[in-house]
Write a protein of this length. Structure first.
Length: 138
């Protein structure tokens, strides 16, 4: 009986862990981006050839996604200041989760002007923690 009570008490805490861990990944990405560190930002992505980024084109592979970020945001002015909002995290079983949210990039006109949009991220629990395996940003 004590075991059952403990399991019932612990269930909400255990269920919240993926949410907390995924939010930590996203917070770490924001911190890295806002200090101008794209390689550290990319640590939130699974370091795999299967990692996929979808926007106006489809890019496959962690190394290629990283290269595209570096090409598109070559300076701190181009990177600006990134914020996320309206985050909704939905578990898809024990090993996967989907995140829907909005991004806003505050930049000077010289840096490319302000930009914002919506993203959907698919996270997978790996041996190195929760990692993005698919990113669809528009």
């Amino acid at each position: 009986m004590k075991r059952l009570i403990w399991l019932l008490a612990a269930a909400p805490i255990l269920a919240a862990l993926p949410d907390t861990e995924i939010r930590r990944v996203l917070d770490d990405q924001l911190t890295a981006w806002n200090r101008g560190d794209i390689p550290a930002f990319m640590q939130g992505y699974d370091e795999s050839e299967a990692t996929t980024f979808v926007s106006s084109t489809v890019t496959k592979g962690h190394a290629q996604v990283l290269a595209n970020y570096i090409k598109r945001y070559p300076t701190r002015d181009n990177m600006g200041t990134l914020t996320f909002s309206n985050l909704e995290i939905r578990p898809l079983g024990a090993e996967y989760a989907v995140v829907i949210g909005r991004f806003h990039l505050e930049r000077t006109a010289k840096g490319g002007g302000e930009a914002s949009g919506i993203f959907t991220l698919i996270f997978h629990r790996t041996g190195k923690g929760w990692k993005i395996i698919m990113d669809h940003t528009s």
